[in-house]
Ligand binder design. Structure first.
Ligand SMILES: Cc1ncc(COP(=O)(O)O)c(C=O)c1O
Length: 429
């Protein structure tokens, strides 16, 4: 039988080629990290549900996108983006300004509206280039999408002023910034609309948010995606947790029903492959980490389970632990030669998605990180065809050189310490 950490190899990926250990995992040498366990933990790249998820924690109360007056809970951020574009009446002949440093999932909603995506520059710190945006603004441009990368906000005052002066709408892309404030107001409240991706901050299998501080969302009518979807969300959330050794009592309780479900599923797959493939559509592609966009999810409400978790889990705890873990990584990794944090400091009012590190020899470090079985995300590793160093040198550079590491609230102390020590060692010369 395989050793524990290899048996539990992650099968669910998250976007932007997160790298989950699938190769041999070597223990750290005792001299490098005396406290390192001999059996390396299997570190969850995204939040996993556990008993601890329900704990309360005192900490900085940061607003979230949910603190904006008009809210719709959908199944992914890209669906929310498509709905925002639809609300704005974007259509054929229109252009939408997207950042050259982007997730591939941001483009299909624009194409679905039959509009043209045009890519504006960001600088070396991933700040939107206002002069380039102004230069791109012609009569066809209807919307600017501004992304708060890794949880760090853009200069919203300047972007808002530019959009107002040009008569174009601003969509805040809070996919990486579920929490945070700018100018004393929640992120998401400065745009005409804002979108967020709940899965990146909460231990859940699906979830996206469309909000607006300016416009009611009455036309966005949503309904349940059905019992199969509701059940799948619960099961997938739980099974993901079990894979990381969370919720052992629930796992024991559900062992038999889950085995029966697996058996039944295998039989269906063998006897009716077409039916099995169709039921793959029980959840959106975003939940299984591809960049696809399926308009059939536009009118689907987020699951009951995800909505219950959103209301139940302590937001203070999420913010406090993410900030704490980020600062610990910053301390451990800052000063290593050949790499630097994308951001020199973690300002008040920021709740990070990941810890982004700019690495000179990113490919070499990436290979060593993979070999060690350490978790890593390469956001925007692949850019939309045509978006290259000529269009935006800094985006091209960031897409190749940023390696990002989890700092989420569901990392156990053991997992976090092992990851931190391993990264410090792997990134040292
Ligand atoms: C910057 C950015 N915007 C939008 C999205 C779309 O979010 P979702 O995956 O929830 O559809 C992503 C996804 O990773 C993203 O990174």
């Amino acid at each position: 039988m395989l050793p524990f950490h290899l048996r539990n190899v992650e099968t669910r990926r998250i976007e932007h080629r997160p790298i989950i250990p699938t190769t041999a995992i070597m223990p750290l040498s005792p001299s490098a990290a005396p406290a390192t366990p001999t059996r390396p933990p299997h570190v969850p790249l995204v939040p996993v549900l556990s008993g601890a998820s329900f704990r309360r924690a005192a900490g900085q109360r940061l607003p979230s996108v949910l603190d904006v007056p008009h809210v719709r809970l959908v199944t992914s951020g890209r669906i929310a983006l498509a709905l925002a574009l639809r609300e704005l009446g974007v259509g054929e002949g229109d252009s939408v300004l997207l950042p050259a440093y982007h997730s591939l999932s941001m483009v299909p909603p624009v194409l679905w509206r039959q509009a043209t995506p045009r890519f504006y520059r960001v600088d070396a710190a991933a700040r939107a280039d206002l002069a380039d945006i102004a230069a791109l603004c012609d009569a066809s441009v209807k919307v600017l999408v501004a992304t708060h990368y890794f949880g760090f906000h853009q200069d919203l005052a300047a972007l808002r002023a530019l959009c107002d002066a040009r008569g174009i709408a601003l969509i805040e892309d809070c996919a990486h910034a579920f929490f945070g404030e700018y100018g004393g107001r929640p992120l998401g409240s400065h745009g005409d609309y804002a979108i967020a991706s709940s899965m990146k901050f909460f231990p859940m299998y699906e979830g996206g948010v469309l909000v607006s501080a300016r416009h009611a969302l009455e036309r966005v009518a949503l309904h349940s995606a059905g019992k199969g979807f509701e059940a799948k969300v619960v099961l997938n959330t739980l099974e993901h947790s079990f894979r990381y050794g969370r919720l052992p009592a629930v796992r024991a309780l559900l062992a038999l029903p889950l085995r029966a479900k697996d058996l039944l599923w295998r039989r269906i797959k063998a006897s009716r492959p077409a039916a099995a493939a169709a039921s793959g559509g029980l959840a959106p592609g975003s939940s299984d980490s591809d960049f696809s966009f399926d308009p059939r999810w536009l009118d689907k409400r987020s699951s009951l389970f995800a909505r219950w978790l959103l209301g139940r889990l302590s937001k203070e705890r999420i913010v406090a632990l993410r900030r704490r873990n980020y600062l610990r990584l910053q301390q451990a990794l800052a000063g290593l030669p050949g790499c630097r944090p994308l951001h020199a400091a973690l300002p008040d009012g920021v709740c990070p998605w990941l810890f982004p590190l700019v690495v000179d020899d990113a490919e070499g470090a990436f290979a060593r990180i993979r070999q060690r079985g350490l978790p890593v995300v390469r956001f925007a590793e692949t850019l939309w065809p045509g978006v290259d160093a000529d269009r935006c040198p800094d985006s091209a550079y960031l897409s190749r050189h940023v390696l990002a590491f989890p700092c989420h609230q569901e990392l156990s102390e053991q997992e976090f310490d092992w990851m931190r020590a391993g990264l410090a060692e792997v990134l040292a010369p």
